[in-house]
Ligand binder design. Sequence first.
Ligand code: UTP
Length: 306
Amino acid sequence: MPEQVPDTPQRAQRAKKAVIPAAGLATRFLPASKVVPKELFPVVDRPALQYVVEEAVAAGLDDVLLITGRGKSLMIDHFDRRPDLEERLKAKGDQARLEAIIRPAEMATIHSVRQQEALGLGHAVLCAERHVGDEPFAVLLGDDFIDERDPVLPTMVDLAATTGGIVLLLMEVPWEEVHRYGVAVVEPTDTPDVVRVGGLVEKPAREDAPSNLIVVGRYVLPPGIFDAIRRTGRGRGGEIQLTDAMELMRQEGTPVHGVIFRGRRYDTGTPEGCLQAAIRLACDRDDIGPEFRQWLVEYVDRELRG
Ligand code: UTP
């Protein structure tokens, strides 16, 4: 019998704060990420992190906590004003760029806390405890890019306000790729594209995989996660894993649901993903799109198709 997901949101508080862990070492993007945080790499003309903050704000979460690490304070600067630059743009009459540099400073209240050592995603989330307090909250990974034309965070926040517990974002991948990801054990519910999650299997072989639904970097978590993280030892790679803490809560009776995402998403933590996101967005832009698309078509015809 598929589970009934209640329609009326009355069982849990609604998440109001967003936490963006961005303190990882970004080894997949070296050497570019040696000094500059990968979250600041541009996707066309905005840093990847700005899109993630915009996504949180669009879901009604305009209190944003960035978890930063060594050498990552530039990320905070991006969300601050730049009076000297503003003056110059005003003098030139460049209104569009003036608005573009002020916008990041005005769209949300940005807070930050430092994770002193990169001990894993679970440990990074624990750094948010004091700021978040006793409320559910959303976690958005700074290197997971969801196209703003396919918003899914509002659905996740609504679902968590109805079901309570943990809400994950899941995405189908080809079965040959499941061994690279955390894969969910799922049961259907009465709501299309909402599943009950009965466990997570880390990087299974294709024949052992319980589904081809992988966990991607958006979560709505209850405040009990902090205590669960504290009770979680070091896991895979010697890191304190968020997945292990969520699994502990699930085993202790916390409901875990997944929203299946069918939109556009890129892993901007790798050069390939970052390039894919940039090319797709550039092609679709009204201003630079037409010329860029023409160049791309000519390039593919001339150089790739021979
Ligand atoms: P990743 O597994 O992508 O690690 O972390 P990473 O260090 O960013 O990148 P690679 O794999 O070495 O290339 C997932 C998310 O968790 C954050 C990262 O910044 C990223 O957004 N994270 C990870 C932390 O904030 N702290 C950590 O200790 C680990």
